[in-house]
Design a protein around this ligand. Structure first.
Ligand code: 6PG
Length: 236
């Protein structure tokens, strides 16, 4: 879905979020993305949806986290706290952050325990109601990067990855958890992403090296929320 600008995109995505919540009986389990794009959505929620969303039903997890303390400027949790969590009335026990201040192995072990709490009885792995993803300029998503694309197919629930430029360690959900979600939504804005969006949605051969092209949600509920600049090459 293509929107004139990021404001219209996040308004539409909020409607989508509320509909998905209404369709779910019981609590609603969401994996958030990091980076800058979600900030626009968080600001929309903090400004216009403090009271018309029952936040006590929402459980926030993260699709990925940088291996840094929660108050580090790189922390996805820290960004979410600043732009959203500090502004809504959500129970602390509904926030399930990845403990980036620990060693990667410790953070994975503890997060996988949290993830297993949302496995429906008998399910082999956690099933999120909604996984929200961004798209990196290099075609990465969550924190699985092209140079480590094999980690997408890990048997584990989450993997330890390395940012290709900074070498920063990251924790990321694996492909099987992302694709096992009931619904997946990409939020992508800006002309810097236009080429990768076109290559992925047009299934160009080159896109097979992009982790984002591996998002093939089994229940086929993968939605792309794009602003016009990010969608500017799709017609090609
Ligand atoms: C992260 C992300 C990552 C992000 C993309 C897009 O931790 O950085 O989860 O996958 O979504 O890099 O980032 P922007 O929204 O900043 O372009």
């Amino acid at each position: 879905m293509i929107f004139n600008d990021s404001e219209k995109l996040v308004e539409a995505f909020t409607d989508h979020f509320i509909i998905l919540m209404k369709l779910k009986e019981g609590d609603f389990y969401v994996a958030l993305s990091g980076g800058n794009t979600p900030k626009i959505w968080f600001e929309e929620l903090a400004k216009n949806h403090k009271d018309d969303i029952d936040w006590s039903k929402v459980h926030f997890y993260w699709g990925d986290e940088r291996c840094v303390p929660p108050d580090d400027e790189d922390s996805n949790y820290g960004m979410t706290k600043q732009y959203l969590l500090n502004h809504i009335n959500i129970p602390k026990q509904n926030i399930h952050r990845i403990l980036g201040e620990l060693t990667p192995a410790q953070a994975v072990e503890l997060y996988e325990r949290e993830l297993n709490n949302i496995s429906p009885s008998g399910a082999a792995f956690p099933i999120f109601d909604l996984v929200i993803l961004g798209l990196g300029d290099d075609g990465h998503t969550a924190s699985i990067f092209p140079h480590q694309i094999e980690l997408w197919d890990s048997e584990d629930l989450c993997v330890v990855t390395t940012h290709p430029d900074s070498g920063q360690r990251r924790i990321s959900l694996s492909g099987k958890v992302i694709n096992g979600a009931s619904s997946v939504a990409f939020l992508v804005t800006g002309d810097k992403k236009a080429e990768k969006v076109m290559e992925i949605l047009n299934m160009k051969k080159v896109s097979s090296s992009y982790p984002a092209s591996r998002v093939l949600n089994e229940s086929n509920n993968t939605y792309w929320f794009l602003d016009k600049p990010a969608a500017s090459l799709i017609s090609e």
